[in-house]
Design a protein around this ligand. Structure first.
Ligand code: SF4
Length: 394
């Protein structure tokens, strides 16, 4: 059930949309959504400028509802960032350190395993991304994943962004195909999708010079999909991009998805400004965050899941995002450095019950999923005995 419980969701969507009175200037877009016709660049730009955010949110909410009803997905995972040492210096990044920095760190394989051991009883996914370490090539990562899989066979390893794959390949003198094949063989099971930023090389030249190009990002994901490695995709917005850049970004991902169907989830997150170096950034406001979530749902008709990434959005905005078309709220997380060094104050230590509460507060039913959206368990909070019955039992 890669698509949640979506059987014939398009028929349901057409019916739900036909039951509402939409403003006349949205008729063309509603018509396209009803017939599963992808929205165009102009449609996307129109939605970004549309005066009534509530209507856009309602529209996206209906599309989400047609696919998944009242369900919202979460998983139980831990983030471990293996190193902050990085050979690049993306302008928006508050996480990376030079090798000699006082607070530079690298987790040796035994440290990583020990760290994961603390969570291994109650998580089913480890999410690991980090800097481009100057010496960690294919041997390091295949050994890391081999040991992780051996120690924790029940834990899905979701790790490495496209630029990390490119870096490992270059350091090891391998093609992307060979690098991903070897990583998969050692235990890597999916890619988290980070580092897409904005898929426009002019923007990338300013905010993350030296990173993989737009085409390289897409090609690395294409290769992963070819090898049956599912991936997520992301968008970092609120830096220097225009609305057109955002919509084109979504269209490029949608086109690759048409070709491979390998993306599971789209994760849009705004730039968090604290402590990093991009004074020219046009920071996204709270309503813009909700608009981006809603438009992602409307533009990306072939990517099943839209995630409210609470590590970046915070719990409160994530809860609202679930009413604006998002169907996933990521996981329990436990540890995380990248967003927190950039200014995130989202709590890290959520257990299942607290995550489920965010989902219930938004009016939805929390459903625990695995990483690949192939197993689902509706979350029912434990029943706490009432005080009165305890007294009676004495
Ligand atoms: S975003 Fe990634 S690649 Fe860029 S500087 Fe930070 S850690 Fe390095």
């Amino acid at each position: 059930m890669a698509d949640g419980e979506a059987s014939n969701w398009q028929g349901t969507l057409a019916r739900l949309l036909s039951q509402e009175n939409w403003p006349e200037d949205l008729n063309e877009i509603v018509e396209k959504l009803s017939n599963n016709i992808p929205l165009s660049l102009d449609d996307g730009k129109f939605l970004f400028q549309y005066r009534d955010l509530d209507v856009i949110g309602h529209l996206a909410g209906i599309v989400k509802h047609a696919r998944y009803g009242n369900k919202v997905f979460f998983n139980v995972n831990v983030h471990i960032n293996q190193t902050n040492i990085c050979t690049l210096a993306c302008k928006f990044c508050a996480f990376r350190r030079g090798r000699r920095a006082e607070d530079a760190y690298q987790l040796e394989i035994s440290d990583y395993i020990e760290d994961l051991y603390n969570y291994s009883n109650h998580v089913d996914e480890v999410h690991s991304v980090g800097g481009l370490h100057p010496e960690w090539g294919i041997e390091h990562y295949t050994e890391l994943f081999r040991r992780t899989r051996e120690e924790f066979p029940h834990i899905h390893i979701k790790a490495l962004t496209a630029v990390e794959i490119k870096h490992i390949a270059k350091l090891s003198g391998l093609s992307i195909l060979e690098t991903l094949s070897r990583l998969k063989k050692s235990g890597l099971a999916s890619l988290p999708g980070g580092g897409a930023e904005i898929l426009d090389d002019e923007v990338r030249g300013i905010i993350c010079r030296g990173k993989e190009s737009s085409e390289e990002y897409l090609e690395i994901h294409r290769t992963a999909h070819y090898l049956d490695i599912p991936t997520n995709c992301t968008m970092l917005y609120g830096t220097i991009e225009t609305i057109e850049h955002r919509v084109m970004h979504m269209i490029k991902l949608r086109e690759l998805q048409d070709e491979t169907a390998g993306f599971q989830c789209f994760v849009p997150y705004p730039f968090l400004p604290d402590d990093s170096r991009l004074p020219e950034a046009q920071l996204a406001t709270g309503t813009e965050v909700l608009r981006v979530i809603a438009i992602s749902r409307l533009m990306l008709n072939n990517i099943p899941h839209i995630k409210a990434y609470r590590m970046n959005l915070g719990d409160e905005v994530s809860e609202l995002a679930l009413q604006f078309g998002a169907d996933d709220i990521d996981g329990t997380v436990q540890e995380e450095s990248i967003m927190h060094l950039a200014g995130s104050t989202a709590p890290l230590d959520h257990d299942k019950a607290r995550l489920a509460k965010i989902v219930s507060n938004s009016g939805s039913i929390p459903v625990q999923r695995n990483t690949t959206y192939t197993s689902f368990v509706e979350f029912n909070p434990p029943i706490v005995p009432k005080r009165r019955s305890l007294r009676m039992a004495r």
